[in-house]
Design a protein around this ligand. Structure first.
Ligand SMILES: [Zn+2]
Length: 252
């Protein structure tokens, strides 16, 4: 069910063991060929597919389009909450649902820059409620749940999510082809090796001049449909584990 379609007495009548999903994405530059709404569009499509299949046992909050995208601010059209503001934004959304009595809160992310602050926000909420033994505070990013798309389609080139890349361009071609500008001749921007396996702080313009990272020229709507179906299946299976949590234990 979708929170925004409900009245408050309907929300009040829900089981507090119902998992609450808070989808978080972004509005930020996606190269010369994809719209700035890309991350919100793609996560919205995945959530739509999953919510239609889990309608009776998961509560979905509206998608939060404002993300932590300061690394993209050199590119016009990017909108961003700074990391500390974003941290409090996500923390408050989670606290809102705790105030209403819900105990299983799941942040589902569709933008790389949200990863660290969303995890930190949940960590901080957990410490504020350290007397509780009935809370499940979770976060995931939709492409990080284990699927290996290239095992299903050998023509898929990338082995990881990039930016405005083969994967994202394929999914926008599937969901909103009218928003995709010519992508067939765009040069591949390699992922490179930023001191892996260490973690390097970065801004986008030091990695890419056009704004994309990866191979948008390899994109197709058929790949987009495959990616949507794999990511939605992964998310649904993972949320089923949240539904079946026993309400206390560490194991999930
Ligand atoms: Zn993106």
């Amino acid at each position: 069910m979708n929170l925004v379609d409900m009245t408050w007495p309907e929300v009040a009548a829900l089981s507090r063991d119902l998992p609450v999903v808070i989808p978080v994405a972004a509005v930020e530059q996606h190269g010369h060929h994809l719209p700035v709404v890309t991350d919100s569009l793609l996560l919205g499509e995945i959530v739509k597919r999953v919510s239609s299949r889990m309608a009776d046992h998961v509560l979905f909050a509206p998608l939060q389009w404002l993300g932590n995208s300061h690394h993209h601010l050199d590119f016009p059209g990017t909108l961003s909450a700074s990391p500390r503001v974003y941290l409090d934004l996500v923390g408050d959304l989670v606290e809102n649902f705790l105030t209403h009595g819900f105990r299983r809160i799941v942040v589902v992310n569709g933008h790389g820059g949200n990863d660290v602050p969303a995890k930190q926000a949940l960590f901080e909420v957990r410490q504020r409620h350290r007397h509780r033994d009935d809370l499940l505070l979770l976060m995931t990013t939709y492409w990080g749940l284990g699927t290996r798309p290239w095992d299903h389609d050998a023509s898929i080139v990338q082995r990881e999510m990039g930016h405005a890349c083969e994967w994202e361009t394929s999914m926008v071609l599937r969901a909103a082809p009218q928003l995709v500008k010519p992508h067939e001749r765009l040069a591949t921007v390699p992922f490179g090796n930023p001191f892996l396996p260490g973690s390097r702080a970065w801004i986008t313009k030091e990695r890419t001049e056009p704004g994309h990272i990866g191979s948008p020229r390899e994109a197709s709507a058929a790949k987009g449909e495959l990616l949507f179906s794999l990511f939605a299946a992964d998310l649904e299976a993972w949320l089923e584990r949240v539904v079946h949590w026993d309400g206390r234990s560490w194991e999930g």
